[in-house]
Design a protein around this ligand. Sequence first.
Ligand code: ARG
Ligand code: ZN
Length: 467
Amino acid sequence: MRLARALSGALIVVTLVSCSPSGASDQPVAGSGSAGASGIGDDDFPTDGNGGYDVGHYTLALGYDPATRQLSGTATIDATATENLSSFNLDLHGFTVSAVTVGGRPAAYTRSGDEMTVTAELSKGAPFRTAVTYQGEPQPVRNSPNLGTYGFVPTSDGSFVASEPNGAKTWFPGNDHPADKATYEFRLTVPDGVTAIANGELAGQPASAGGKTTFVWRETNPMVSYLATMTTGKFLVKTGDTEGGIPVYAAVDPRYQSQLDRVFEVSARITDYWVTVFGPYPFKSTGGIVDDYASGYALENQTKPIYGGFEPDEGIISHELAHQWFGDSVSISRWKDLWLNEGFATYAEWLWTEHRGQATAQQTFDRHYANATDPMWNYPPGVAQKADLFNNSVYARGAMTLHALRATVGDDAFFKIIRQWASDHRHGNATTEQFTTLAEKVSGQKLGELFGQWLFDKGRPNPITKR
Ligand code: ARG
Ligand code: ZN
């Protein structure tokens, strides 16, 4: 243990201490457990997440200095072993680790790529606390094909943090896969004058000492790792409540000062509207952040979607806020089911347009359907492809699937299915099979043919007949 600690830093990759690395070569010691898997079991992303334990809570006590780009602090991870373990893995990209403890005692660890293996004898069912102290300049995943730059991205005045699909490991160690949801506390320390924004709600007033301010945020509902944020920088902030009584936190980079009132107001109004369509709001607050970093996308960070370097219109705000129900509260457990997030959020945009008296959802559907050569006809959205996860098909054809369902079962059954889906899996995880099963149960119809054509078959499905 001392050895690993003393040699922390660049040398750590060669300090293979007595514990075995994760994987098939593990040889359990008599009477003890075996190495937890280096992946959580997602066929498409075999090393994302980890096996053998379930995280309940993260406490991220982190400082960030925009001038030096140094992130440092301690991540405390409360988890439960789901099997007898001799070691377990955490996902972490970069940084220098200076200490790891399990149950308060120094623990040996090794690092290889983005996998950190911690030696610990743990019995199935045992709760255990791991603390990792680390520092360094965060290295986001840059210019990834089809994904752009994501994770913890240093900006001119702070950080833009949007981690879908697997960029949480670029700023804290953990189980970086949506199948393992947990609650979070963020204790974020930044230079005075900088605002640090995370998920959930502020616990009291930020406290200043020695030129630094600490913001404590708590997300008390389960959250997937990619939705965690630590967005820092100069921000103008507006808080209040929606008409329906949900607390709102809106923040914009000074460059978007003219947008603050609108982002606040539109986010509040749309959150209230989705409550009438999807059912009770799953979290304790809503809002949005407009940062001055041109990410080229927005992300539905839990309670606070982030918009990267543009003025968000009602369409995208309606999309990211619909994700609070679909993606954030009801989460996927494997990436190939991504249409359950993006198809639903895109269909919500169509519903918003309909609600505003513009195009009906049927008209939007018809417009997409009319394009016989759209590439989405060759990409069945029910199985998102690893190399092109966020293909337009997952969005548009995913939304069309929901509209085809609505047209087939009728509005009453359709909105009952959607609300039941949000309530059955509130704060949990779910799969496509569970959705199609629910749709058949609520509607009393056999829908295998419909879902087969829309979600799983190549080619443009038959036109909708009933409406
Ligand atoms: N879920 C986001 C949205 O629908 C897209 C995130 C894409 N991720 C990325 N790294 N480009 O708005
Ligand atoms: Zn989306």
